[in-house]
Design a protein around this ligand. Structure first.
Ligand code: SAM
Length: 253
């Protein structure tokens, strides 16, 4: 099953044919395109801050008449969208934002009183990489440490429930799944992302300046990743945590 299908399965019970749906970090639009097919009597909008991905999404899905793409920063969505949506989807971006709580509160103003916010975040503290190897483990742990030093929160998934309450919303469905990768194509992609990360001088300089690692270990990490990429024994799995939230009942009364 493709990565985007997990998102669609997760929100599907909360969609109607006439739902208005907003995906606030839609990338090239695959998830919101599938949602627009389910809500074929409603409207779907994909938003992303990156002009290039919006350009690609517009070209890819131009035949879907109930689907539009707009380039916007999720913190600066226009006021006229207030109380418009039956469901807003935000996934794998809260962990990269300086103020995820502010983002959730901003979005909560855009849902109808009985609408939903669907949040889904990978939790990188839950990974298993195999076969067992200390340098493979380090490849993931060091990347997480640098993300953290740079202000990202790679463990945000486990805090989705508490963030929901802090935003004065009510969780109605929380669950988690382990995403499991073992076929060649996925292992190539994951290995390449990690090799690219450790081939970036800014990253390796930063890791060394924070005294998180020495050059010898970095070299071992890269050579181990290159071997792992072509190993038919390679597996990788990590948790993704998802939460659907709505306005508390006493606000609706
Ligand atoms: C990791 S991708 C997630 C894509 C998709 N939601 C998914 O789960 O596959 C993050 C996306 O968020 C977009 N993004 C980052 N900051 C944003 C912001 N402030 N407002 C809207 N989109 C943003 C990026 O351009 C990128 O396309």
């Amino acid at each position: 099953m493709g990565h985007h299908q997990n998102h669609v399965i997760f929100v599907k019970p909360f969609l109607r044919k006439d739902s208005w749906v907003l995906d606030v970090d839609c990338g090239t639009g695959r998830i919101i395109s599938d949602i627009a097919k389910i809500c074929d009597k409603g409207r779907s909008i994909g938003v992303d801050v990156d002009e290039l991905v919006i350009h690609i999404a517009k070209a890819k899905y131009q035949t879907q008449s109930n689907l539009i793409f707009i380039c916007f920063d999720l913190y600066r969505l226009p006021n006229k969208l207030n109380i418009c949506f039956d469901l807003i989807l935000i996934s794998n971006i809260l962990q990269h934002l300086k103020d995820p709580l502010k983002a959730i509160k901003t979005l909560s103003k855009l849902i109808k009183p009985s609408g939903f916010i669907a949040m889904k975040e990978d939790d990188w503290g839950s990974f298993v990489i195999g076969p067992e190897n200390e340098y493979l483990n380090l490849a993931l742990i060091l990347r997480q440490k640098l993300w953290k030093a740079n202000g990202d929160d790679s463990l945000l998934g486990r805090n989705l429930k508490s963030l929901t309450y802090e935003a004065k919303l009510e969780p109605v469905d929380i669950s988690s799944q382990y995403l499991f990768f073992q076929n060649k194509k996925d292992i190539y992609r994951i290995a390449d992302q990690l090799i690219k990360f450790y081939s970036n001088k800014n990253n390796t300089d930063a890791l060394q300046s924070y005294a998180l690692v020495i050059q010898y270990t970095l070299t071992k990490v890269i050579t181990t990743l290159k071997d792992w990429k072509f190993s038919n024994k390679a597996i990788f799995t990590h948790a993704s945590i998802q939460c659907i939230a709505t306005n508390p009942k006493d606000v609706l009364l």
